[in-house]
Design a protein around this ligand. Structure first.
Ligand SMILES: [Zn+2]
Length: 367
C-alpha cells in the first residue's frame, strides 16, 4: 500500500456538498504560477469554465468533474490530486514527467451555484454529447479535440440509494467502462478502461472492502463517456457514493482521491496492461436497495397504516442559505424487508419512537 499523509495534501479550504467556482477560484489562482490554468469556455450564464494542465509527459489524461452541478465530491478529490502533484514526492515527479494531465474541476458552474444536475438551460450535459446544444458541451468537446487525451476520467456523484450487488454495503465508489455500441462489445479501448478499473478497484478494496460497485453499461450515445469511447479513447466513469454516516462526502472524497492516484500511477508507469480485464466483471453491479431512513412498524406512529408495514425515506438534497439540507421524502410504505437503510428505527422500540416524534424532518416526510 502506498503510504503517505493524506491530511497534508487535502485542500481543506473546501468541504461539504455545496462547491461553486467561487469556492475553488482561490486554489486555481494559487496554482496558476506553477501549472497552466486557462479558460476553456463559458457557461450559459457567462461563468468561466477553467482547466488546469499539469505535467510534461507524453501520456495525456483528461478529467472533468461537476458536469452535473450538484455532484461536487470528485471536484474536492481532483483539487487534492492537484495539491498532491504540487508537493515534492517521487510519485508526483513520475506522474508529471510521464503524463500531461488536463483537469476541468467544474464543467457546469451554473448548475453548481443553483445546486442542480442540469445547466442553466435545464439541459443534462450528460445527454448532450452528440448534439452539443450547450456551451458547456461545446467547451468540453473542444478541449477533447485539442488536447487529444489517451485516457478520460468522467467524474460524478451517485445517490445514497445504491448498494453493491445483493449486499447491505453502500456503493461508496462505482465505476463503469462505458459501452461504445448497443451490443456492449469489448473493443481494445473498452478493455483498457476495464483494466484500469480493475487496478483502482484492487486499491480501494484495501480501504472499503465490498463497497465498490459496477455501474449499468447500457449504451446511450448521448452520454459523454459512451461518445468518447466511440472515439476510441479509453474512458472511465467514476461515481462517488455514500460511505456510512458521511453525508458531507469527506470520506468518499478521500477514496476517490486514492482511486485517482492509483489510476494515474498505473497509467504513468505504463502498467495498465498488467491488470486482468475479466476481473472487471467480478465487481458486483450496483443495485438500488437503500433508503436513507427505514421506519419499521409505522402503524404505531400512524394508525391509518397497515400493521407491520415499514416506511422508506430518501433525503432530497436542498440548497438553503448556501448549504445543503437533507430533507426527508417518503418513497414507499409497505413490506420493505428486502431493503436496507443507512438508519433504521423500529416503532416497537420506545426509544426509537421518541426519536422519530422529536424529529420534524422525519415527521414531515411521513405526513
Ligand atoms: Zn452525474
Amino acid at each position: 500500500m502506498f503510504e503517505f499523509n493524506y491530511e497534508a495534501v487535502k485542500w481543506t479550504d473546501i468541504a461539504g456538498r455545496y462547491i461553486t467556482a467561487t469556492d475553488i477560484d482561490p486554489f486555481l489562482d494559487l496554482v496558476a504560477p506553477e501549472f497552466d490554468v486557462h479558460k476553456v469556455g463559458e457557461s450559459v450564464q457567462g461563468r468561466a469554465i477553467k482547466c488546469i494542465t499539469l505535467g510534461t509527459g507524453p501520456i495525456r489524461i483528461m478529467m472533468w468533474s461537476q458536469m452535473h452541478g450538484n455532484e461536487s465530491t470528485t471536484t474536492k478529490s481532483v483539487l487534492d490530486l492537484v495539491n498532491f502533484l504540487r508537493k515534492e514526492s517521487d510519485l508526483a515527479k513520475l506522474m508529471l514527467n510521464n503524463c500531461t494531465i488536463a483537469i476541468v474541476p467544474i464543467l457546469n458552474p451554473d448548475g453548481a451555484v443553483a445546486y442542480t444536475r442540469v445547466n442553466a438551460n435545464g439541459v443534462d450535459l450528460n445527454r448532450d454529447a452528440q448534439d452539443r446544444t450547450q456551451p458547456e458541451s461545446i467547451a468540453l468537446r473542444e478541449l477533447y479535440d485539442h488536447f487529444k487525451p489517451d485516457f478520460c476520467f468522467n467524474l460524478h456523484d451517485q445517490r445514497t440509494l445504491f448498494n453493491v450487488g445483493d449486499t447491505d454495503k453502500p456503493a461508496t465508489v462505482s465505476f463503469l467502462a462505458p459501452a461504445h455500441d448497443p451490443e456492449r462489445s469489448i473493443s481494445g479501448t473498452r478493455a483498457l478502461s476495464m483494466q484500469l478499473i480493475v487496478a483502482m478497484n484492487g486499491e480501494l478494496q484495501k480501504y472499503i472492502p465490498g463497497q465498490v460497485g459496477r455501474y449499468d453499461d447500457s449504451f446511450n450515445s448521448n452520454c459523454i463517456g459512451d461518445t468518447i469511447q466511440m472515439l476510441h479513447t479509453p474512458t472511465i466513469l467514476f461515481e462517488a457514493g455514500h460511505f456510512q454516516g458521511d453525508y458531507e462526502r469527506e470520506q468518499t472524497r478521500y477514496y476517490i482521491f486514492m482511486a485517482l492516484l492509483k489510476g494515474v500511477e498505473v497509467i504513468a508507469k505504463k502498467e495498465v496492461g498488467l491488470f486482468i480485464q475479466e476481473r472487471y466483471f467480478d465487481i458486483p453491479e450496483n443495485n438500488k436497495l437503500f433508503y436513507d431512513v427505514l421506519i419499521k412498524n409505522i402503524h404505531l406512529l400512524d394508525s391509518s397504516r397497515i400493521s407491520g408495514d415499514s416506511a422508506g425515506i430518501l433525503f432530497v438534497e436542498t440548497l438553503v442559505d448556501n448549504k445543503i439540507d437533507f430533507v426527508g421524502k417518503l418513497e414507499q410504505v409497505g413490506n420493505l424487508d428486502h431493503k436496507f437503510a443507512h438508519k433504521t428505527y423500529n416503532c416497537l422500540d420506545a426509544k426509537d419512537l421518541e426519536i422519530i416524534k422529536n424529529n420534524p424532518n422525519l415527521l414531515n416526510a411521513l405526513k
